[in-house]
Design a protein around this ligand. Structure first.
Ligand SMILES: Cc1ncc(C[n+]2csc(CCOP(=O)(O)OP(=O)(O)O)c2C)c(N)n1
Length: 320
């Protein structure tokens, strides 16, 4: 596929923003600034970035706990993202939700729950609202290989299929659910795509480390969804580079295998392509990195200086 330089530069900035957010999460966590724990998505950023490059205004997105930096691609402000991560009153859920409740309705982020899989049908609900409004928008939902085995996921897929709802189910197959390898818990090699046929849905399996390949596969499926053909499944093969949470030393897997996957890094892959195609120079790549980092430091400083929620805040926003 031929890409414009503008498209490639945008996708690079998005990919790198998610990466740097995931790295900064680890940093602020290590500094003791995050109540609770985090699930770094370092290495998995090409999935959300490539898929989200197919978006248009009015689409809905249900991201998951990894990588939460995905919200940045949609335009969620860094300040409210870091403030929520750090449990501050200026966060997008007023500091009461934390990393598992990154939401920004104005940017199309419908939010998610820590009870994995149970809320996947929320994506069906968003899709039903699109169908009733009669637009060609799409409801995107991201879930992991471990979550793919939960019953509510299959109920949501079945309902989306019989009602021809405009949903793109994106399975982020990073090959582990905490310490359980996908090969142990799923009877099929591709936990998303190999089950799509059971619901009459089209599917694609793609290298989740190649952001442009993810984009192209997603675009093909999204075109069908926007044309009114109903839901589809995109299965992205990637790898969870860090432990499940910070502090998990991942002793349940072979460190040499992890090192091999690290060499296939999605950011480095795109950087190599951009330089080889003459789209950006090494200096320009560095400049983008510097610009993003500067904004992140400012956002962290904002979150640092923000107040914590008060005990009274616990009783606010409970009912609409
Ligand atoms: C219903 C439910 N069961 C168990 C958990 C605990 N848990 C948190 S993350 C996780 C692993 C999920 O694996 P996967 O869906 O592959 O996503 P990944 O963490 O690998 O990105 C589990 C079991 C949970 N949050 N919700």
């Amino acid at each position: 596929m031929q890409y414009t330089a503008e498209f490639l530069k945008t996708i690079y900035r998005d990919l790198l923003s998610v990466r740097l957010f995931e790295e900064k999460q680890v940093e602020v966590y290590a500094l003791g600034k995050v109540p609770g724990h985090i699930h770094s998505g370092i290495g998995e950023e090409a999935v959300c970035t490539g898929v989200m490059a197919t978006r248009k205004p009015g689409d809905w997105f249900k991201i998951s706990h990894r990588p939460v930096g995905a919200g940045l691609v949609l335009g969620a402000p860094l300040e409210t993202m870091f403030a929520e991560l750090m449990g501050k009153a200026t966060g997008n859920a007023k500091g009461l939700g934390g990393v598992l409740h990154m939401t920004s309705l104005e940017h199309g982020m419908v939010g998610f729950s820590g009870t994995l899989g149970s809320d996947i049908a929320v994506a069906d609900g968003a899709a039903l609202s699109i169908q009733m409004a009669g637009t060609d928008n799409v409801s995107y939902v991201f879930y992991g290989d471990g979550t793919s085995n939960r019953g509510p996921v299959h109920e949501a897929m079945n309902l989306a299929a019989i009602w021809k709802l405009p949903v793109l189910f994106v399975c982020n197959n990073n090959q582990y659910a905490i310490s359980t390898p996908s090969s142990f818990s799923s009877p099929v090699e591709n936990p998303g795509a190999d089950r799509a046929a059971a619901y009459g849905m089209p599917s694609r399996v793609v290298d989740g480390l190649d952001v442009l390949a993810v984009y192209e596969a997603a675009q093909e499926l999204v075109d069908g969804i926007r044309a009114g053909n109903g839901p589809a499944v995109l299965d992205c093969r990637t790898y969870r580079v860090r432990g499940h949470f910070e502090g998990d030393q991942a002793k349940y897997r072979d460190a040499a295998v992890t090192e091999e996957w690290k060499k296939k890094d999605c950011v480095k892959k795109l950087e190599g392509y951009l330089i080889q195609q003459g789209v950006m120079t090494g200096d320009e790549l560095e400049q983008v990195r510097g610009e993003i980092l500067e904004k992140m430091e400012a956002a962290i400083a904002f979150a640092d200086a923000s107040p914590e929620p008060t005990p009274e805040d616990l009783f606010k926003n409970l009912y609409v």
